[in-house]
Design a protein around this ligand. Structure first.
Ligand code: GUN
Length: 288
């Protein structure tokens, strides 16, 4: 019997519907329209696609969407000036600077110049610290979406062994914090981990976030485990076309896992839904 497919697309549609209902109430009853500003520096094709879909989803939820597309040669001073303006803009409740930034820009400096209350990515150092100490913070969208799917599928996560493959600041580390917050026993595995297959085989929950196409085969997966595949990798397919694959080898993992997220249609849509939810949260907190 194959794994249950965790349908991130359907789940995300429900979250987005709830967000839209909440937004409509804020507009009708309080005259407040939540606003999200997305800043893209440069012309990275994947980032352009993400930014476009974030803007579209924001508008569809009834919120104000502002996009700032800046030249790849934009200076750090100009980018920081834009963020200063957005921090001061009362119609903007969420600010997202799409990563990665061009090499000449200091990513940490830029992210930490965002007002933490508007940091809907949850990447500002003070939000990272709040999350790490279990305090109220903005939670990074991708790990939040993964956690929501895990809770929905498994109910309580308490006491489960979770392995997060990948130690990025965007996914791996915050994911581990969230799983710890839900009382999992958490291992963060990475490129230097010894006996990675053995480590993954001990996991009730596997979150793969390494960005290496189909790296995790089915024989690493404990029978019945829940597999969350964060990877979105473009590889060569048939007839000169490209296709999207995850970090897990879906065909074999699906045979062993108890449940698995597909790529596409798993984590990706939940990330955007959580971004919208974070923007509404930031808006509500800013109005007390
Ligand atoms: N690049 C890849 N994922 C993300 C994300 O979640 N937020 C931002 N700002 N940039 C990204």
């Amino acid at each position: 019997m194959g794994a249950t497919i965790i349908d991130g697309k359907a789940f995300a549609a429900k979250v987005r519907e709830k967000v839209a209902t909440h937004v409509a109430r804020l507009v009708d009853e309080h005259g407040i329209t939540p606003g999200l500003a997305v800043v893209l520096v440069g012309e990275d094709p994947a980032s352009q696609v993400y930014v476009r879909s974030k803007g579209k989803a924001t508008t569809e939820a009834g919120m104000k969407s502002v996009e700032h597309r800046l030249d790849p040669s934009t200076s750090e001073a100009d980018l920081l000036a834009l963020i200063r303006d957005l921090n001061a803009d009362e119609t903007i409740h969420g600010i997202l600077v799409q990563l990665p930034l061009p090499k000449h820009l200091d990513e940490d400096l830029v992210i930490n110049s965002i007002d933490p209350a508007k940091d809907v990515d949850g990447f500002h150092i003070s939000n990272v610290g709040l999350l790490g100490t279990g305090q109220k913070s903005m939670v990074p969208c991708t790990p939040l979406g993964c956690l929501m799917m895990l809770r929905e599928h498994l109910g309580s996560l308490s006491g489960l062994n979770a392995v997060v493959i990948g130690r990025s600041n965007i996914v791996g580390k915050p994911m581990a914090q969230l799983l710890l917050g839900d009382s999992c026993t958490v291992t963060i595995a990475h490129s230097r981990t010894k006996d990675l297959p053995g480590v993954v085989r001990g996991a009730d929950i596997v979150v793969a976030a390494v960005g290496r196409p189909e790296m995790v085969p089915g024989d690493w997966i404990k029978p019945g485990a829940t597999v969350i595949d964060v990877g979105i990798n473009r590889v060569d397919g048939d007839a000169g076309k490209t296709r999207l694959v995850g970090d897990c080898y879906y065909a074999s993992c699906e045979k062993v896992a108890g449940a698995i997220t597909p790529v596409p249609g798993g984590v990706g849509p939940m990330t955007i839904a959580c971004l919208l939810a974070n923007t509404v949260t930031a808006c509500c907190r800013s109005h007390g």
